[in-house]
Write a protein that binds this ligand. Structure first.
Ligand SMILES: Nc1nc2c(ncn2[C@@H]2O[C@H](COP(=O)(O)OP(=O)(O)OP(=O)(O)O)[C@@H](O)[C@H]2O)c(=O)[nH]1
Ligand SMILES: [Mg+2]
Length: 699
């Protein structure tokens, strides 16, 4: 097996909106490179990078997959990321270890929500971008309309490198603006093509676009600018060199046209990757932290530097065990050795190393700086960990994965399966770092959070298929809270005379509201020893326990202060228990006069929708008691910001999808607690009492 050195590597992440043809494009690229001997198809479940049974069944990518091939002596590592919003974390992981992004957009739909999101993320990572207008053979395909949408979303740096020959059924190839030649592809999907002179019908358009390209390149470089002014054009070699520099600098984003399904004009993409995108060497040093000295440090992209690598993805195969996908940033990772996990400060035995073609593994003796590979059965290492030479420790920053937006309560279909479920979910979470499993301390429900309903359903599908446990998904209970709106005093006296030893505790408290978020404060205001010091913690404990049980509807009471200012004790009968009970009685006495009320969680919501849906989404938000906080255009979308009570957002995922035809995405995070409007309180109180088996009549 050939080992590729650092300058001969290209790491490219394919990103874009769901269904734009990324997996099919990887498939065609692998076929054209001769890495596979059959053109795999998503619809037949035969692609290299959609190998999971769930992916094959649903015909969408659910996780990032790695494949590679050789093109003009370069090793092209292709990361095929899913396009659906629910799996954006996989695109984040892919973009993190890629040196460039290949944004795929559909030639009918143009720029869509997730194209814009992936673009923005790639920009934040500072990586160059190439664009493919794909599925050019579809009905209503339009290169110019798509280019328009790209330019209005991403600016005038977006410029064609080739223009299509024909569209829709008539799409047969492309005119290359650099070589001024056209490639006409055979219609048997073999990828074979004939190079011809520019056909008359595209000549004028090709000239116009070429001029724009030359101008753009000249603009980005002073030397070339002079040459351009002198000669009115640029020689081919200077043009390519200048273009490459501008692409690496993120000034120009070249656009190509292709049909991945028909394997038409895929090879120019491979050429552009080799000619215009950076090698790991071009990306320069990788920056991390020295975990000992706690200061920034870096590694050059060189095989002779000390080893450092980063695990960007983990597969939890119930049979093969854990498989870790990594990028080597510096040095050489060798099989059958030991490396240092700098995040966990432990040694890891490294067994066999391999390259991945989707799920297929090719063993290799070593992997050099800049390359991507995989290793099985690491014991301690998780996604986001850095592996390195122990003598030269470094920790690379973790991928900041998206936060979960949707939460479901899960309960086992079979009683007593809780432990099995939580163990299996922990395995699944190893490969899916966005999933969160928690138990709500307040509602006691087992909660599974993810980016959306589809994400949770896929996780539940893994539970069933891989781990043979079944669960029901339910809307989670809302963790309401209680608070008070007025100050009042209260008195609690616990006195019992039973035979010999009695019980006696007496306390007086003052309760007053605190600001939202301040939780609970206890102030000891006893002067003169009316309650001995050693009993005061017992009073506090009694109040603590009582406030957690709530007063209005059984939810914990927060954001108030209790001042203990007086009391009585008895030399013989007083005990901690007596004062604890007295504390809880004083709380109940006071709270009734403090205008207790209910609080609900308010979420900060950000919704990105195409302009035409903004009005209806805003209208819908107001029916959810949402308060708009502004709207701003971002990459051809309207981003609506609002604050909405959590109770109104429980099935928002599905509703937003139906309102926007799947083109909307949203994200929410907890903002704060706020009082529940009076007219809604009664329903919550009634429901809570019914659930706790209390009599509703007493309300
Ligand atoms: N007409 C046409 N259809 C295509 C082309 N490429 C892919 N398709 C079809 O488009 C659908 C989606 O293709 P995929 O390759 O799975 O798209 P994707 O971008 O990987 O999708 P996700 O990973 O789920 O985001 C499949 O039904 C493909 O057969 C193309 O060039 N032309
Ligand atoms: Mg895909």
């Amino acid at each position: 097996m050939k080992v590729y050195d650092t300058p001969s590597i290209r790491n490219v992440a394919l990103v874009g909106h769901g269904g734009c043809g990324k997996t099919s494009l990887v498939s065609a690229m692998l076929f054209d490179m001769g890495a596979v001997n059959r053109l795999g198809r998503v619809d037949d479940g035969t692609t290299a990078t959609d190998f999971d049974p769930d992916e094959i069944e649903r015909r969408i990518s659910l996780q990032a997959a790695l494949a590679w091939g050789e093109w003009r002596k370069m090793k092209l590592n292709l990361l095929d990321a899913p396009g659906y919003a629910a799996f954006f974390a996989e695109a984040q992981a892919s973009l993190r270890v890629a040196d460039a992004a290949l944004l795929v957009v559909d030639s009918v739909a143009g720029v869509e929500v997730q194209s814009e999101r992936a673009w923005r993320y790639a920009g934040e990572q500072g990586i160059p971008r190439l664009i493919v207008v794909n599925r050019m053979d579809r009905e209503r395909a339009s290169f110019l309309r798509t280019l328009d949408s790209l330019q209005s979303a991403f600016g005038r740096g977006v410029i064609p490198l080739a223009i299509p020959l024909g569209e829709e059924k008539g799409f047969v190839g492309v005119a290359d603006l650099l070589t001024e030649k056209a490639d006409v592809y055979s219609d048997d999907q073999s990828g074979k093509f004939q190079a011809v002179d520019l056909p008359a019908e595209v000549r004028e358009a090709a000239n116009t676009w070429r001029e724009k390209l030359v101008e753009m390149v000249a603009e980005s470089n002073e030397d070339l600018m002079e040459e351009f002014f002198d000669k009115g054009t640029l020689p081919h070699d200077d043009l390519v060199r200048g273009l490459r520099q501008a692409v690496l600098a993120g000034r120009i984003f070249p656009v190509l046209a292709a049909s991945s399904g028909r394997n038409v004009a895929v090879q120019p993409i491979l050429d552009a990757i080799v000619d215009l995108l950076p090698s790991p060497v071009d990306r320069g040093e990788a920056i991390g932290m020295d975990p000992m000295k706690k200061e920034p440090t870096s590694r050059p992209p060189s095989a002779t530097a000390p080893l450092s690598g980063f695990v960007f993805k983990t597969l939890a195969d119930p049979h093969a065990g854990r498989i870790s996908l990594f990028r080597v940033y510096s040095g050489i990772l060798k099989s059958d050795g030991t490396v240092h996990n700098a995040n966990r400060d432990v040694a890891e035995r490294v067994g066999a190393l391999f390259l991945l073609q989707g799920k297929n593994q090719t063993p290799v003796p070593e992997i050099q700086a800049g390359d991507l590979g995989a290793v099985a059965k690491l014991k301690e290492t998780q996604t986001n960990d850095t592996l390195c030479d122990k003598a030269h420790p470094i920790v690379y920053p973790p991928i900041a994965f998206t936060e979960p937006a949707t939460t479901f309560a899960i309960e086992p279909k079979t009683r007593g399966d809780e432990d099995k479920i939580s163990q299996a979910l922990h395995r699944i979470m190893e490969e899916d770092p966005v999933l969160r499993l928690s138990r709500d301390a307040q509602t006691h429900e087992m909660l599974l959070s993810g980016t959306g309903q589809l994400h949770i359903e896929v996780a539940v599908g893994k539970l069933r298929k891989r781990f043979k446990v079944e669960v029901n998904l339910k809307k989670p209970k809302i963790p309401y809270r209680e608070t008070i709106k007025a100050a009042a005093e209260g008195h609690g006296r616990h006195k019992k005379q039973t035979g010999g030893h009695g019980q006696f505790g007496d306390c007086k408290i003052r309760m007053r509201p605190l600001a939202r978020g301040e939780d609970f404060k206890f102030v000891d205001d006893i002067f003169g020893g009316s309650i001995p010091k050693n009993f005061i913690p017992a009073v506090e404990k009694g109040i603590q326990e009582a406030r957690l049980k709530g007063f209005v509807a059984g939810f914990p009471m927060v954001d108030f202060q209790v001042e203990l200012f007086d009391g009585q004790y008895h030399d013989v009968d007083s005990s901690e228990m007596s004062f604890k009970i007295a504390g809880s009685l004083a709380f109940k006495d006071a709270v009734a006069r403090c205008r207790p009320t209910l609080l609900e969680p308010i979420m900060r919501v950000e919704i990105a929708v195409p302009e035409e849906h903004a009005g209806s989404v805003m209208g819908d938000l107001s029916s959810r008691r949402g308060r708009p906080q502004g709207m701003e255009p971002r990459g051809g979308l309207q981003v609506i910001k609002a604050e909405v009570p959590l109770s109104e957002m429980l099935s928002y995922d599905a509703e937003l999808t139906s309102m926007t035809g799947g083109r909307g995405s949203y994200h929410m995070e907890m903002s704060r607690y706020e009082e529940v409007p009076g007219h809604l309180q009664e329903k919550i109180v009634t429901a809570s009492r019914a659930e706790r088996g209390e009599q509703v009549a007493e309300a």
